[in-house]
Design a protein around this ligand. Structure first.
Ligand code: HMG
Ligand code: MG
Length: 296
């Protein structure tokens, strides 16, 4: 059963740009404003992570400080208490904590075990509760891991439940390296939906093997109603070599439009935002919809 309405979480300014060296803070500010202007209400605007690990996100404070978008839910990655405090200082009302269903990936990405990550998140969660901030939980490698290979669906369930028990309002299921297929998405959701309500699950699919839209369609059919995507299909994770961008927001919007599912986004403005950031990056959008619109 398809949802009547889908909430898109735009991650282009974070996931999309965390791998891109040649972007100025001004480019990021213009991108986020253009996305808001296209009707995106949930925008991941940056990451309060170690600048030694991801230098591209070192300007998140300046970027977020320069925004004036009171009606947009701006979120940011907060791997530890230090990140949470920094995000709170610039007025972020939604934190995102992130761990993985694979030990090996967790170690490479945040330099600790899954157990240790949960311990760190307890502090973040306490701080969030004190300050009335909601917290989203990411689980990476739900369809496979660049280091470990196959990942057990049971491990995805276990870590998702731990994040929900901590107090996350939603779990975003990350196919970090884009290896998922429709069948795998169905199998994973067969298990998860026995234990977790569909309203608490989001899908975050990278498009490395060109399967992201099909995988999203599969999740929509199961009633999932929150989808993460990046304008122009930007992105990739610095700790997942070869992983390509997130599914393009333009392509998701076109899919939703075709299904008659509400989304609240102006596709033309969105595509323009994609072309603008891509021109700053000196490349073309990966979004097929965006390329098609340009040629009509
Ligand atoms: P660590 O080295 O184990 O921790 O890093 P540490 O406490 O020893 O800190 C190392 C240095 O970073 C220290 O500086 C700290 O002060 C500093 P030094 O003393 O050496 O000068 N530091 C910080 N600076 C700013 N903000 C902070 C912060 N914390 C420590 N919050 C840590 C542990 C988690 C910090 C590190 O591993 C890290 O930042 N990792 C982030 C990696 C990352 O951002 N990955 C990409 C995002 S995840 C993703 O893309 C997947 C997702 O899209 C879903 C999917 O697709 O699957 C979400
Ligand atoms: Mg990602």
């Amino acid at each position: 059963q398809f949802p009547a309405c889908v909430r898109i979480v735009e991650v282009g300014a974070r996931d999309g740009l965390q791998n891109e060296a040649a972007v100025t803070s001004q480019d990021k500010i213009e991108l986020i404003n253009a996305l808001a202007n296209a009707g995106l209400n949930d925008i991941e605007a940056g990451a309060f992570v170690s600048p030694k690990w991801v230098p591209q996100m070192a300007d998140s404070r300046d970027v977020i400080n320069a925004l004036n978008l009171p009606n947009v839910n701006l979120s940011a990655l907060t791997p530890n208490l230090r990140g949470a405090e920094a995000a709170h200082q610039v007025g972020i009302k939604e934190f995102a904590i992130f761990t993985a269903a694979s030990e090996a990936f967790c170690q490479k990405n945040i330099n600790c075990s899954i157990d240790e990550s949960i311990d760190r998140f307890k502090e973040v969660m306490d701080f969030a509760k004190e300050n009335n901030i909601r917290v989203r939980g990411y689980v990476s490698c739900v369809m496979g891991c660049p280091y470990q290979g196959d990942v057990d669906y049971a491990d995805v369930l276990k870590v998702s439940q731990r994040l929900l028990d901590l107090g996350c309002y939603e779990i975003s299921l990350g196919d970090t390296i884009g290896v998922g297929t429709a069948k795998k998405v169905d199998e994973l959701l067969d298990l998860l939906l026995q234990h977790i309500d569909k309203s608490k699950l989001a899908v975050h699919f990278h498009d490395t093997y060109g399967q992201a839209l099909t995988n999203i369609y599969t999740a929509l059919m199961r009633g999932i109603s929150t989808v993460d995507s990046a304008v122009a299909g930007l992105g990739g994770c610095p700790y997942a070599k070869g992983a390509s961008g997130n599914v393009a927001t333009e392509d998701v919007v076109y899919l939703l439009q075709g299904l008659g599912i509400e989304h609240g986004i102006d596709l033309e403005r969105l595509a323009k935002a994609g072309w603008a950031i891509c021109s700053a990056l000196n490349k073309q959008p990966v979004s097929k919809v965006s390329l098609a619109l340009k040629n009509t």
